[in-house]
Design a protein around this ligand. Structure first.
Ligand SMILES: [Zn+2]
Length: 74
């Protein structure tokens, strides 16, 4: 590893405003020592399994959406 070509790093506190968790991360030397994020792996719906997934197919959703126009469309 060459000397004096890599940026200096700091331990920075990452705070999640979604769940209130705090993480200690290593990042390049920034002006701030605290970074805010809206979601993290503790509270994001993709990781918690609470994501609302439609079990309805695309064709059925299309038929439901446009069923008021009659059956000529499909
Ligand atoms: Zn979070």
């Amino acid at each position: 590893m060459q000397l004096k070509i890599h940026p200096s790093t700091l331990s920075i506190n990452l705070h999640c405003s979604g769940c209130g968790s705090d993480y200690l991360i290593v990042a390049p030397n920034l002006d701030t020592k605290k970074v805010l994020t809206e979601s993290c792996s503790n509270c994001h719906s993709a990781w918690t399994g609470k994501r609302a997934i439609s079990t309805q197919g695309a064709v059925a959703a299309f038929k439901d959406k446009y069923s008021q126009f009659g059956s000529d469309l499909f």
